[in-house]
Design a protein around this ligand. Structure first.
Ligand SMILES: C[S@@+](CC[C@H](N)C(=O)[O-])C[C@H]1O[C@@H](n2cnc3c(N)ncnc32)[C@H](O)[C@@H]1O
Length: 176
């Protein structure tokens, strides 16, 4: 995937509207001082309310232009932007939360990676609604999967995103 010639499809570019991003963060158990990963942070729709909630955010974004814009936007905040591919995600060595709207194509792999760690305090992932149903019914295996419970959370209508995707979305809640 090159940074030039990018298409919405290649990069899964469906940013959340700010009001819906606020709702997703408000429904997550984030406390001041928590380390929170925003996976596929885009232009910071979720990063902004996470910062307002007092989180220390690790924002991971593959698109170079978006990573640069994120650094500028949050230069005065407790936000670390890492330009990296989520397919090579390396999790922090200390406990962390996740609040993210990642590319839908990586949903299963991401959940599996999270369930392989014993350091996830919680995760709230905006995913395709059908994927949430599937994952709640049959979570992917992971080394520490038994420590976690998966539930369906907030439902997001298509107009929660600009542009609206062709599928419905919901939050997958991962709790210990
Ligand atoms: C659905 S958008 C969500 C953006 C933002 N989280 C929001 O809610 O508005 C997914 C984001 O993931 C990024 N992305 C796509 N593939 C990625 C990958 N392999 N690694 C890291 N980021 C990726 C895209 O560039 C895009 O910014």
């Amino acid at each position: 995937m090159s940074a030039g010639g990018t298409s919405r499809r290649t990069w899964g570019w469906h940013p959340l509207r700010p009001d819906w991003a606020r709702r997703v963060v408000a429904a997550a158990p984030v406390r001041p001082g928590d380390l929170v990963l925003d996976l596929g942070a885009g232009d910071g729709a979720l990063t902004a309310p996470l910062v307002r909630a007092g989180a220390r955010v690790l924002a991971i974004e593959l698109h170079p232009g978006r990573a640069t814009a994120l650094r500028r936007r949050f230069e005065d905040d407790d936000v670390t932007v890492v330009e990296a591919d989520l397919r090579d995600l390396r999790l922090p060595a200390r406990p962390f939360r996740v609040v993210a709207s990642p590319p839908y194509g990586l949903s299963t792999a991401l959940v599996r990676t999270l369930l392989s760690s014993d350091r996830v305090r919680s995760a709230d992932l905006v995913l395709q609604r059908a994927a949430v149903r599937r994952l709640v019914g049959q979570p992917p295996r992971g080394r520490h999967a038994r420590r976690y419970r998966l539930d369906a959370g907030l439902r997001l209508p298509r107009h929660a995103f600009v542009p609206p995707p062709k599928v419905d979305s919901a939050v997958l809640q991962v709790r210990r």
